[in-house]
Design a protein around this ligand. Structure first.
Ligand code: UFG
Length: 326
């Protein structure tokens, strides 16, 4: 079976490529902003989903059976000041991709969606069919794509699974690939950069949230568990099942202070903290119910302890002080 992975040289995409290659799939990759060194295999085509002719040329060369679509702009803060970038890159890119899939009769798509489609949740844990009211253009762009895919299925029979990730963390078990965003904005890699001596302290955004210790609460899912869900979603579609959406998290919330404490334990570094005001657009609590993924896909996360998740990230960071170095 031949799988096309868009954004395959990014953080999550590269872990997907590694898992597919390890399991013997034939893999083609499209990427334009990731790290070539993150690829453990697959044939790389450098280009963007914005370019329909480029997409066509890839589909002409490859016998694609299914697509896993990661390529997207994904910085919540940036999306607030440059929404046009998010609608162009994410929504227009997805239209190009879906249209090319129809043209080449590729029937299955696994789409990378996000918890940000829910906005400030009315209750937690968040169920798959809870109301989606994004509070930033990033989440809105992903929600538009979810809705669009529903109609592509209705009209053209394009079958998809939209997987809504909560907070993805950790690295490949042997520490050979991991997270290297430029710029880095995520909590765990920033904390680990402090432990590496690359930053003096962590700026903790918001200590007055209505949570157990005043800091935001998030649901962390290990990147390998997340990828397992993608492979299960592919199998689900191949069996002829209907299109579906799934929330993916661990079902447990950790406050930012708990994450800092866990990272202190794992790294042995004191991780100095400077308390700051709230970051715009941060919901207080985001916790997933992944019950549907467990029931329908048979998914079960292997990394359920936050220390374990941080340990794999630390293995990557401590052995790659400059990330991919490019
Ligand atoms: N945080 C800090 N200091 C930092 C960085 C982050 O205190 O230097 C805090 C944030 O304010 C937030 C928590 O750590 O309270 C987690 O922040 P991240 O940026 O690591 O993750 P988010 O929860 O903001 O974002 C994640 C994904 C997004 C997705 C979003 C869903 O990375 O892609 O969940 O809301 F959109």
């Amino acid at each position: 079976m031949s799988i096309l992975v868009t954004g395959g040289a990014g953080y999550i995409g590269s872990h997907c490529v590694a898992a597919l290659v390890e399991r013997g799939y034939d893999v083609a990759v499209i990427d334009c902003g990731g790290h070539k060194a993150a690829l453990k295999g697959g044939r790389l085509y450098e280009g963007s989903t914005a370019d329909r002719d480029f997409l066509r040329s890839v589909f002409q060369k490859e016998q694609v059976d299914a697509v896993i679509h990661f390529a997207a702009s994904s910085l919540v803060g940036e999306s607030m000041t440059a929404p046009e970038k998010y609608f162009r890159n994410n929504v227009a890119g997805a239209i190009n991709l879906a249209d090319t899939m129809l043209e080449f009769k590729v029937p299955y798509l696994v789409f990378s969606s996000t918890a940000a489609t829910f906005g400030e949740p009315e209750r937690t844990p968040i169920l798959d069919n809870d109301p989606q009211k994004p509070t930033n253009p990033y989440g809105e762009s992903k929600l538009i794509i979810e809705k669009m895919l529903k109609w592509y299925d209705y009209a053209h029979g394009l079958k998809f699974c939209a997987l809504r990730y909560f907070n993805v963390a950790g690295a490949w078990h042997d520490g050979s690939i991991g997270e290297d965003h430029r710029p880095e904005t995520h909590l765990i890699p920033i904390i680990l950069q402090v432990a590496q001596g690359k930053r003096e302290n962590l700026k903790l955004f918001g200590t007055d949230y209505p949570t157990k210790d005043g800091t935001c609460v998030r649901d962390y899912i290990h990147v390998e568990d997340l990828i397992d869900a993608h492979l299960l979603a592919l199998d689900y579609l191949k069996k002829g099942n209907p299109s579906a959406t799934f929330n993916l998290g661990n079902g447990t919330g950790f406050s930012n202070r708990q994450i800092i404490e866990a990272a202190r334990k794992v790294t042995g570094h004191p991780i100095p903290v400077i308390e700051k005001g709230r970051r715009a657009g941060d919901p207080a609590v985001l916790i997933a119910s992944s019950q549907k993924a467990m029931d329908v896909l048979g998914w079960k996360p292997k990394y359920t302890s936050i220390e374990q998740i941080i340990e794999t990230a630390w293995k990557w960071h401590s052995t790659h002080p400059n990330g991919y170095g490019d």
